[in-house]
Design a binder for this molecule. Structure first.
Ligand SMILES: C[S@@+](CC[C@H](N)C(=O)[O-])C[C@H]1O[C@@H](n2cnc3c(N)ncnc32)[C@H](O)[C@@H]1O
Length: 221
């Protein structure tokens, strides 16, 4: 799809306003700058699919912001982005919610280096990046664990249940038919007395045709 920056900006601003996510001019500029940095770094490090670069602002940045339509992050909350890659969904959400603390983790060091470079360039103070595997993370607790296109729900639940506060949520961005995956996660949780006790799936196709068969999946304790 051909880029139309003004149309994309208006699309994002309108949807965010309608869903109670107020973004000021500086935040919009930071989101666009992040999309440019991602596109540029993506030429040397594979952070996002290259064939999708033309509408990167919509496919990746807007897609990440949609989490905020279902979970408005609060001041002082601690959020983990597990398997962040090039900072998705953590960096767009850190821009949109400057009073919330985000930690981005990934098993791949060069992706974390790229995240750190983008965080510094964008001047973000509420987001940090660390090279570590999810299963090695100890001593930290989070209000929300986020994950976009990383692992089956059952596996993400096993990681998240050890690091989520009692009322905490696991929020995933996923695609395709998720019925079997959700059933597996619920079965496994019942056997292990773990996360999740319930899973809710929210379709995203109303926000843009490129989100057809994409969902926000929320796993509750
Ligand atoms: C398909 S990429 C998605 C990246 C990003 N979330 C996005 O939406 O563009 C999956 C990422 O998860 C990371 N990953 C997979 N398993 C992980 C684990 N157990 N701990 C930390 N990172 C992991 C990989 O290194 C990779 O960068």
């Amino acid at each position: 799809m051909e880029k139309n920056p003004e149309r994309e900006r208006n699309q994002i601003m309108q949807a965010c306003t309608e869903h109670g996510l107020a973004l000021d001019t500086r935040q919009i500029e930071q989101l666009e700058e992040y999309a440019r940095l991602l596109e540029s770094i993506n030429r040397s490090i594979n952070l996002v699919s290259r064939k999708e670069e033309s509408s990167l602002l919509i496919r990746h940045v807007f897609h990440s912001l949609l989490v905020g339509f279902h979970y408005p992050f609060q001041q002082g909350e601690k959020v983990l982005d597990l398997g962040t890659g090039g900072g998705l969904p953590g960096i767009p959400l850190a821009i949109a919610y400057p009073e919330t603390d985000f930690l981005l983790i990934d098993a791949t060091g060069k992706k974390i280096d790229a995240c750190r470079e983008m965080i510094t360039t964008l001047g973000l103070k509420n987001v940090h990046a660390k090279k570590i595997r999810a299963e090695e993370l100890t001593g930290l607790m989070f209000d929300v664990v986020l994950s976009r296109q990383v692992a089956p729900l059952r596996k993400l639940c096993r990681y998240a249940e050890k690091i989520l506060r009692p009322e905490g949520l696991l929020i995933c961005l996923k695609g395709g038919n998720l019925e079997k995956e959700i059933e597996d996660a619920l079965d496994s949780a019942q056997k292990n007395n773990g996360l999740p006790s319930d899973v809710v799936q929210h379709p995203l196709d109303a926000f843009d045709p490129c989100f057809e068969e994409k969902y926000i999946v929320i796993a509750y304790r």
